[in-house]
Design a protein around this ligand. Structure first.
Ligand code: ZN
Length: 559
């Protein structure tokens, strides 16, 4: 039964009275922990009342004003805000932004701002590169982009996959805002009564999903992790946070399972659990990476098991046609999501999808525009620039790149999301800032330098002779192919692979785990072939392919 709107509920929840920033002295730390524990307990115990459709449609209609309110509070009222410096650099004050929105709509205004130079790249937002706009140079830190109107209750770290880990402050308000789409999704996909599970390492996404599921009344029954829960593979801070959540939720009679190690290559415990749920006539939901989902489905097919009745919520890696077909062949429903640690989930599968990862942007929380890249892509994808509309996003996004590209479309699709007014779709999404396969990620910026500088200097040849290609195999699992122009001459495959892996660790020490994975799992294949040239005539050191190039891969693979 609907008794309160989403917005009213947010206003009435008293977290602001108990919001606590981490203190320095032992006494204050203890007080902070007690306060945060009480807040979390209070939050989890409350009933959640979904937003009525009419009010949700009203929220979407009011997004222009929502943006203006947020930009006033988090940008123009914050003298140290990086976006304010970019706006002032182009002579833009709040009234100007207001006029742009009124005259051209929100997305039109964002395009105008981006063209004027008011946007930040993924590396600029991480503080890894200065922001250069015309003759002006700005030096920002990652923390400069923190949302100034929240007081974080928790601190988590980004995966560190595309560079050094950065700290992200999380407020329970952030989870609260995401409950809206989580609850809508559970209705649209008929999973409100399903048994849920996670197959993810402890991460911000796993914690967020776990808490939201718990709040909506379907606590995950199983938690599997692809990596062992021991340092340094799982950081000690993450283990402490995991233990804290488990204890607090236990006191709320929410029995959160402890993650059990199930490597992605050995999915039988996950399949057994799903089948035990399906056997008693219940639906099942599993949140995991696309590659893990594919391995699960392949394993089930091999054993003659059907996963009909299962919904696989997948994110964290790009989803190819073969990925999706392999998942759906098992009988399971594939539900792709998109999100970042800094913004939370921001897009979800269209139920009348026209491509494997056709997703609806959560338009009540985000605006999305595309920016032309300085390199070509297979299908004309553009860099995705997100702008926050929700008040509790850990970072403020104003035309901020996430390091991903995709195709953005306004389209009426006829699915329940579209009927509610979520008409912005994004598809063909892949990350140029980080290349992810099997849940392991290579940092794009380091890879560029390794391929353009390190490999030619060690093995010969020149920049352009080396490409790293993320390419699906016949089952849809992404493989890293280190592709080398035959003109470089004979190379020993194992030695070449090892040189690449050592260069990766040398460039980025935190890639040690990924390097170890590449060695153990044999995920990095060395092939000899001419560099792939894109439709625009350019040949990039890093390529993402949605389809496998069979003949070249098989014929020219060096042994
Ligand atoms: Zn749709």
């Amino acid at each position: 039964m609907i008794r309160a709107s989403h917005i009213d509920m947010i206003k009435t929840i008293p977290w602001s009275k108990t919001d606590t920033i981490i203190k320095n002295t032992p006494n204050e730390i203890t007080k902070g922990i007690i306060s945060r524990t009480a807040t979390l307990r209070h939050w989890v115990r409350q009933a959640y009342f979904p937003c009525p459709n009419e009010q949700l449609q009203q929220i979407i209609k009011n997004r222009d004003q929502q943006f203006l309110n947020l930009v006033r509070d988090t940008v123009f009222n914050q003298p140290s805000c990086p976006y304010l410096k970019l706006l002032r650099h182009v002579g833009c004050e709040f009234n100007d932004v207001q006029d742009m929105v009124n005259n051209n709509g929100l997305e039109g205004a964002l395009h105008q701002l981006a063209e004027a130079g008011v946007w930040v790249s993924h590396d600029e937002m991480k503080g890894r590169e200065p922001v250069r706009r015309g003759s002006a140079v700005f030096h920002f830190k990652d923390s400069d982009f923190d949302n100034p109107i929240i007081l974080p209750q928790f601190f988590n770290a980004t995966s560190g996959s595309s560079g050094p880990r950065t700290r992200v402050g999380i407020s329970l308000k952030h989870y609260e805002e995401q409950l809206l789409h989580t609850s809508l999704s559970s209705v649209f996909n008929s999973i409100s009564n399903a048994e849920t599970g996670l197959w993810l390492p402890p991460s911000e996404w796993a914690f967020s999903r776990l808490l939201r599921f718990a709040r909506l009344g379907f606590v995950p029954a199983r938690w599997f992790s692809q990596v062992p829960l021991r340092p340094p593979i799982t950081p000690i801070k993450t283990l402490i946070r995991l233990l804290g959540f488990k204890v607090v939720l236990h006191t709320c009679q929410v029995p959160v399972p402890w993650p059990i190690l199930v490597e992605s290559t050995k999915p039988s415990p996950v399949a057994d659990w799903l089948c035990s749920v399906l056997r008693i006539g219940r639906g099942a939901v599993l949140v995991t990476y696309p590659s893990s989902a594919v391995r699960l489905c392949l394993w089930s097919e091999k054993k003659g098991m059907t996963l009909k009745g299962t919904v696989l919520i997948v994110a964290g890696e790009s989803i190819s046609r073969v990925n999706r077909e392999t998942i759906e062949k098992s009988g399971a429903v594939c539900l792709p999501l998109f999100g970042t640690t800094e913004s939370g989930e921001s897009a979800e599968a269209c139920l009348c999808a026209i491509s494997p990862d056709d997703m609806h942007i959560y338009s009540h929380k985000f605006a999305l525009i595309g920016r032309n890249l300085n390199f070509g892509t297979e299908n004309g994808e553009k860099a995705l620039l997100f702008t926050s509309l929700g008040t509790a996003s850990p970072k403020i996004f104003l035309n901020a790149e996430t390091g991903d590209v995709g195709i953005i479309e306004e389209r009426a699709c006829g699915c329940p999301w579209g009927d509610l007014g979520y008409n912005t779709h994004v598809r063909n999404v892949w990350s140029y800032a980080k290349l992810t396969a099997e849940g392991m990620t290579l940092p794009g910026s380091s890879i560029f330098r390794i391929l353009e500088e390190d490999m030619p200097s060690i093995l010969g040849g020149s920049p352009g002779d080396y490409q790293l290609v993320l390419e699906p195999d016949s089952a849809g699992l992404n493989n890293y192919l280190l592709s080398i122009n035959p003109s470089v001459g004979f190379l020993d495959t194992d030695n070449t692979r090892e040189i690449f892996i050592k260069a990766l660790v040398s460039r980025k020490a935190s890639s040690a785990l990924t390097a170890d994975f590449l060695r153990r799992a044999g995920q990095l294949h060395v092939v000899r072939r001419q560099p792939i040239v894109q439709s625009g005539g350019k040949s990039l050191p890093v390529m993402f392919l949605r389809e496998r190039i069979d003949p070249i891969l098989n014929k020219n693979k060096e042994t």
